[in-house]
Design a protein around this ligand. Structure first.
Ligand SMILES: Nc1ncnc2c1ncn2[C@@H]1O[C@H](COP(=O)(O)OP(=O)(O)OP(=O)(O)O)[C@@H](O)[C@H]1O
Ligand SMILES: [Mg+2]
Length: 305
């Protein structure tokens, strides 16, 4: 549900430049407890850059980040983890040779007062976390991760995030490599995270998935925010229009047009005053040329299911 609660994580005016490429420009984003926000945009729109900025992997050049209303500086992944921001990357950082429990506790193992690993306690907590998330597809938390399917691996990574009391969970394309049933599992899990009061940000190219779980849809185009939409008020076509032709707004002191390779299609229709977010997001202009595919690794058609 769209909530009016104060954001857990809030970004204001964040920008990031890689050499000549303005990957992000003046982006605002608020993640609230219990809300699932989908982050969409064409290839090169800046989605991964936004996540890496939040994660502290590539800190933002400009802008403010606040957590529970207080300004914070995230300089590296440890800062993000300390705040309770957990990021589930597509190429999951799980250790194949270890079992589920060992993976969930990797680097944070519990020991008893004799310095020995508290195996039973870890196993119990890991199992409780997974059953609390209604994960029923794992036969045992003592299974080696190497033998798990892609969907099961996603659930372990998400379970790990939940077990460590994360407040914000960010998933980058979690269903991209999954089949129908596994996608279902992961989407159910995303819904449950929201129901448990976490703030969830889901990056996806699959608008069908997005509409299944998102309360809000945030659209990036050429590094700029071109839509912040209530998912119940828009349809897929409107989101596609925002992705491909959302009105770019200029930011004072900066060029309206991004200058990197991602900006090779000049946007002569850019109107400084228009705000796609407030006007329902689906910028009126239609563009028959389809998405700008900056790196050519994804066909235009994949934007729509
Ligand atoms: N480390 C980097 N060095 C230089 N340029 C980068 C770097 N990371 C991203 N960029 C550039 O920043 C822009 C945004 O890239 P980003 O990876 O954030 O896009 P994306 O929305 O995640 O795209 P995709 O859907 O293809 O994953 C692109 O023009 C990209 O080439
Ligand atoms: Mg990306």
């Amino acid at each position: 549900m769209t909530t009016t609660e104060s954001p857990i994580l809030e970004l204001r005016g964040v920008s990031k430049r890689f050499g000549a490429v303005q990957a992000l420009q003046g982006v605002d984003l608020a993640l609230r407890p219990g809300e699932v926000v989908a982050l969409v945009g064409d290839n090169g729109a800046g989605k991964s850059t936004l996540i890496k900025g939040i994660a502290g992997i590539h800190p933002f050049d400009e802008g403010e980040t606040s957590f529970d209303g207080r300004p914070v500086a995230i300089h590296g992944p440890h800062d993000a983890a300390d705040l309770g921001i957990e990021i589930v990357y597509q190429d999951l950082a799980l250790a194949d040779n270890l079992d589920v429990v060992e993976n969930m506790y990797l680097g944070r193992e519990r020991t008893n007062r004799f310095g020995l690993l508290s195996e039973e306690a870890m196993e119990r907590d890991a199992a409780d976390t997974m059953s609390g998330l209604a994960v029923t597809t794992l036969s045992s938390v003592r299974q080696k991760v190497a033998g798990l399917s892609g969907g099961q691996r996603q659930t372990v990574a998400v379970g790990k995030a939940v077990m460590w009391n994360s407040r914000v969970v960010i998933l980058d394309e979690p269903t991209a490599a999954l089949g129908v049933a596994q996608t279902r599992q992961v989407l159910d899990l995303v819904n449950r995270l929201g129901n448990q009061g976490l703030a969830v940000l889901l990056v996806s190219h699959n608008l069908h998935d997005v509409f299944e779980v998102a309360d809000r849809i945030v659209v990036l185009r050429l590094g700029q925010l071109v839509g912040d939409l209530d998912a119940s008020q828009v349809n897929q076509q409107q989101v596609v229009e925002a992705i491909t032709a959302g009105t770019l707004t200029s930011v004072p002191g900066m060029a309206t047009h991004a200058t990197g390779p991602g900006a090779k299609r000049g946007d002569d229709a850019a109107e400084p005053s228009a705000d796609a977010a407030e006007s329902g997001g689906a910028a009126a202009s239609t563009d028959p040329t389809g998405p700008t595919d900056t790196d050519g690794d994804r066909a235009d058609g994949e934007t729509t299911p």
